[in-house]
Ligand binder design. Structure first.
Ligand code: ATP
Length: 369
């Protein structure tokens, strides 16, 4: 299927404001964004997310490469002639107009007859669950309501793609969580392709069906939230998405199963994915929740990877407990759910306890240096 948006090797550099050469905000960025999807551009501050969004919108012109919307190259086409709309973080509503006038604005510009424009604007306000505020001014609304008005205004003329720059950034935490579900509901209801920028990995995971992880102008990985969480391609992605333990060592690979030799000489069995590196220095990444703890005196799951360790810190977090362990020259962070079953078998551990930390061989990823 033809993607809604395609970027081919797009590069964009700015003069460094400190006068030290140029900054590559986008470095050969290639992306395919599916029609009807909810796509997140995720990465730390300054990684090039906003520049990527603005290149799709038409506010930035790439130095090289191509942007295509529904298969059509859009170079030289100004923002208002592209089939996209943008919701800015500060919403950019017109303060002197009523909510309804704000939402109708784009339709008026497009010379849609007044009665039709009004009907569609009212429909859009219903979609965002704000049917009764049309007569108010933006200043008479809460932050969350303004955000909805901005969305209604951007959706009212049915763009092919809706671009959202940190759409929930100005809302407090509780409202943000509620709006994550709301945005997803709206996207599913209207079926328009949403592309949004965020530096918050939880937000990206909660809303997007596909995520592009960016760093220093480059796209490091594109995938579903589960693909990125379960199979990060490198250390940066594993570290940025969720929490990870990194163990340094050497991979001894031979077919689909290999051995990972820690700096202190202990070896651990590992399952190698298709993209795993061949023998040599490597990093083993294990998520804290993949590690199980048993008392050193007990047995462990058959076939599991075992590391003798000592508990150094315990933090009770309600739903689960976090343990810090030392094992030889390595340290590990472990999360154990506080379920009856878990506690029933082993109870809780205390600082100083000798334990075995174990996981299934396919529960760890071997990463490129
Ligand atoms: P944030 O989350 O902080 O908004 P971002 O990932 O969206 O960051 P961009 O705003 O795309 O990143 O910026 C990428 C890089 O390009 C940064 O180093 C930034 O300083 C630089 N940059 C962006 N716009 C300009 C500009 N107009 N002039 C000079 N440098 C710029």
């Amino acid at each position: 299927m033809q993607p809604a948006v395609e970027l081919r090797e797009v590069t964009k550099a700015y003069a460094d404001p400190r006068g030290a050469g140029t900054v590559r905000a986008m470095d050969a960025v290639s992306l395919r964004i599916d029609e009807g999807g909810f796509f997140a551009l995720l990465g730390p501050s300054g990684c090039g997310k906003t520049t990527t969004l603005r290149s799709i919108a038409g506010f930035e012109q790439p130095d090289s490469g191509a942007v295509l919307i529904r298969g059509r190259p859009v170079q030289g086409i100004p923002p208002f002639h592209r089939p996209v709309n943008t919701v800015f973080q500060d919403y950019a509503l017109f303060p002197h107009m009523s909510v309804l006038q704000n939402v109708m604005f784009g339709l008026k510009m497009a010379k849609v007859p007044a009665r039709e424009a009004r009907r569609r604007a009212e429909e859009a306000l219903e979609l965002v669950h704000l049917p009764h505020v049309g007569a108010r001014r933006p200043s008479q609304l809460s932050g969350g309501q303004r955000q909805r008005v901005a969305l209604a205004r951007a959706l009212v003329n049915r763009p092919a793609v809706l671009l959202l720059d940190e759409p929930l950034g100005a809302l407090d935490l509780k409202l943000r969580k509620a709006m994550q579900f709301e945005l997803k509901r709206m996207q599913q209801q209207v079926g328009i392709t949403f592309v949004f920028v965020t530096h918050d990995q939880e937000e990206a995971m909660a809303m997007a069906d596909h995520i592009a992880v960016m760093d220093r102008g480059r796209v490091l990985q594109v995938g579903t939230p589960a693909e990125i969480y379960e199979h990060p391609v490198n250390r940066f992605v594993a570290d940025f998405i969720g929490e990870t333990n990194f163990l340094e060592g050497t991979l001894e690979a031979s077919g689909p199963v290999g051995h990972f030799r820690l700096a202190d000489g202990r070896t651990l069995p590992v399952v190698l994915g298709a993209a795993a590196p061949t023998s040599g220095p490597a990093t083993l990444a294990v998520r804290p929740e993949r590690i199980r703890l048993t008392r050193a005196t007990h047995g462990t799951g058959a076939g599991g990877v075992r590391l003798a360790a000592r508990v150094t810190e315990v933090h009770y977090l309600g739903t689960d407990t976090r343990y810090h362990l030392v094992s030889g020259s390595a340290t590990l962070s472990v999360r154990q759910p506080n379920t009856g079953g878990q506690l029933g078998a082993e109870g809780r551990f205390a600082p100083g306890d000798e334990v075995v930390a174990w996981w299934q061989p396919d529960g760890a990823a071997v990463l490129r240096p």
